[in-house]
Design a binder for this molecule. Structure first.
Ligand SMILES: [Zn+2]
Length: 220
């Protein structure tokens, strides 16, 4: 399988372009193993954890993964996020439920996938492998089609863009709803102003989902 992938994909480090690997050791060392707390401008009302700042090799890897079809970087990013989730676990019994932040449905359709849900799904499996107990991904949120791409918007515009446009997906909330003592974590790739996380937390709580924290790959 590895050999086949190498025939299809030009293999080079997603962070620095070194040939022969998706993610080299030098770039890996730029991302701490312990996540850090982050305070976005729009406080979601739950702790926000980030692996690192949105710059350098991590920023290039995120761009390659989301914008340039580098799906080989998804396991790398999911692995680091799983470690971050293990590092911030407070112990206690119960299931871990990872809720991907909602993607614009048309963007999802255009790319044929929901990158954040894919990340959260891989992350749940890896967290179990790391001994983090029972973990699952659940797509509990959707974004209304009127929400625009937030690139280039001001903080105020970003907030207005998602206000009232995140909705709970009916009938898909069973797992999270049944995990009141478990760990429910909102997952996203990059936090910028925090507007999407804040709106997502608001909608989840209104739906009775006990979301307690958010974890992102990078903070801009
Ligand atoms: Zn590299």
């Amino acid at each position: 399988m590895q050999a086949l992938m190498e025939l299809i994909l030009p293999r080079e480090c997603g962070g620095c372009g070194t040939p022969g690997t998706s993610w080299c050791g030098a770039c890996d060392m730029t991302v701490p193993w312990e996540p850090a707390r982050w305070m976005p401008r729009h406080d979601p009302g739950v702790p926000v954890w980030t692996l690192a700042r949105h710059r350098g090799p991590l920023r290039r890897a995120l761009s390659g993964w989301k914008e340039h079809g580098r799906s080989d970087l998804a396991p790398v990013l999911a692995y680091r996020m799983a470690h971050a989730l293990a590092a911030t676990a407070t112990g206690g019994a119960g299931r871990t439920v990872l809720l991907p932040a909602p993607s614009r449905w048309w963007a999802t359709r255009m790319r044929g996938r929901d990158a954040i849900a894919d990340l959260a799904s891989q992350c749940a499996r890896l967290l179990e492998d790391l001994g983090g107990g029972d973990a699952a991904m659940e797509r509990a949120l959707a974004l209304h089609w009127r929400a625009r791409d937030s690139v280039g918007l001001t903080a105020r515009q970003r907030a207005a863009n998602v206000q009232g446009r995140v909705r709970a997906r009916g009938g898909l909330l069973s797992t999270a709803a049944q995990a009141p003592r478990g760990r429910v974590v909102l997952i996203d790739d990059v936090v910028t102003t925090g507007a999407l996380l804040a709106e997502s937390v608001r909608v989840l709580r209104k739906s009775g989902i006990p979301v307690r924290e958010a974890m992102v790959l990078a903070a801009a």
